[in-house]
Design a protein around this ligand. Structure first.
Ligand code: PLP
Ligand code: TYF
Length: 400
């Protein structure tokens, strides 16, 4: 029976952390997973999270089951953080929000919903994208294809290619869009390009499915980072949006996020909510409460919200500082005249270095620097002290 089971391959991102743990070199550096580290390269729990947890402990909250759709105060807070508290769609009760198991679980609920209610519809995913996107839609039984996104020649957005692929997709397709801080490229459309993308999606009767995993990490402003989603909603377009609090509140292991369906009537929202619950019930019955209460406390309290913003800006600021230092080191060490300014232009947690698989292997095998094989490095796992070493490794790998 079980003898016939074959070994599954290691996950391309989490497998990197496992290989890092096995490396005994003192020089080793883990730039694989997108998880924030302090300047001492230690994991960090936000002060505002600890404060919320103390408050929760003091008020003696119990461990009773949450409803299938999750904590009401969380669902309210998360939709308001996404769309803005005074958004018309919220006021008109046109938003169906269900607490999910972080970004991944929320995407998976959205994918299951698509499989059930829009069967046969193809989801278009950027090339490249976060590796798990493909797994999620595969496992949900949803057909997917790529749309062009990144142009290695300009190290920027292939806007023409992207628009052509959206245009050529059959009417009524679904476009998976990264709300901000595209993973792995760090390249986002400009506001003008977003407007054109929205025009075309509307014209083609497509639907946008936003993945918002880095709200607050792109521009430093929570509102501005949600502007792509809000633009679609303000135009009256229906959207699905998955949210994650892994990165912006550092709640990785709490598995807290949400799936939101912004639809055209309160009546449809109630029906969509009921069906999302029906999908969640046989999968995991109801979601965990701890992270939901933290988010509800922080987002729902003006003072704690400000403290969160300050801590998030500190995280984003540290990443910008190492980004700048890495650029400076690369520029001063590389005598070939190559333009490394793309490192500065990219936003969010990552830098997409342009290193190919063989070069990425050299980074790991020779320099003990762990990264994904697509050439992505997580700047959230880098500190100032290691920038020079990293620049040496990148230049060695690039030119040899
Ligand atoms: N979507 C993108 C683009 C991501 O980069 C990530 C995490 O790295 C996620 C979703 C989901 O992460 P989580 O399930 O921890 O919220
Ligand atoms: O670094 C990234 O892109 C993420 C990290 O369950 C991650 O893939 C790791 C585990 C997980 C979700 C995301």
């Amino acid at each position: 029976r079980f003898e016939q089971v074959t070994m599954a391959p290691a996950d391309p991102i989490l497998g990197v952390s496992e290989a890092f743990k096995r490396d005994e070199s003192e020089k080793k550096l883990n730039l694989g997973v997108g998880a924030y580290r302090t300047e001492d390269l230690q994991p960090m729990v936000l002060e505002v999270v600890k404060k919320a947890e103390r408050k929760m402990l003091e008020s003696g909250e119990n461990k009773e089951y949450l409803p299938i759709e999750g904590l009401a105060a969380f669902n309210k807070a998360t939709a308001e953080l996404l769309l803005g508290a005074d958004n018309a769609a919220i006021k008109e009760n046109r938003v169906a929000t269900i607490q999910g198991l972080s970004g991944t679980g929320s995407l998976r609920l959205g994918a299951a919903f698509i499989q059930r209610y829009f069967p046969g519809t193809t989801v278009y995913i950027s090339n490249p994208t976060w590796g798990n996107h493909m797994n999620i839609f595969n496992d949900a039984g949803v057909p997917w294809k790529h749309y062009r996104y990144f142009d290695p020649k300009t190290v920027g957005l292939d806007f023409e290619g992207m628009m052509a692929d959206i245009e050529n997709a059959p009417d009524g397709s679904i476009m998976l869009l990264h709300g901000c801080a595209h993973n792995p490229t760090g390249v986002d459309p400009t506001p003008e390009q977003w407007e054109k993308i929205a025009d075309l999606i509307e014209k083609k009767n497509h639907m946008a499915f936003f993945d918002v995993a880095y709200q607050g990490f792109a521009s430093g402003s929570l509102d501005q980072d949600a502007s792509s989603v809000r633009r679609f909603v303000e135009r009256g377009m229906e959207v699905l949006v998955a949210q994650s609090y892994s990165k912006n509140l550092g709640l990785y292991a709490e598995r807290i996020g949400a799936i939101n369906a912004v639809v055209s009537s309160a009546d449809a929202a109630a029906r969509v909510r009921s069906q999302l619950k029906r999908i969640a019930r046989p999968m995991y019955s109801n979601p965990p409460c701890h992270g939901a209460r933290i988010v509800a406390n922080v987002v729902g309290d003006a003072k704690m919200f400000d403290e969160w913003r300050a801590e998030m800006q500190e995280m984003a600021g540290r990443i910008k500082t190492v980004r700048q230092r890495l650029f400076d080191e690369l520029s001063s060490k590389d005598k070939s005249g190559k333009d490394w300014s793309f490192v500065l232009k990219q936003i969010g947690m990552f830098s997409f270095t342009g290193l190919n698989k063989a070069q990425s292997d050299n980074m790991t095998n020779k320099w003990h620097i762990y990264m994904t094989k697509d050439g992505r490095i997580s700047l959230a796992g880098l500190n100032l002290a290691k920038c020079e070493y990293l620049a040496d490794a990148i230049i060695d790998s690039y030119y040899n």
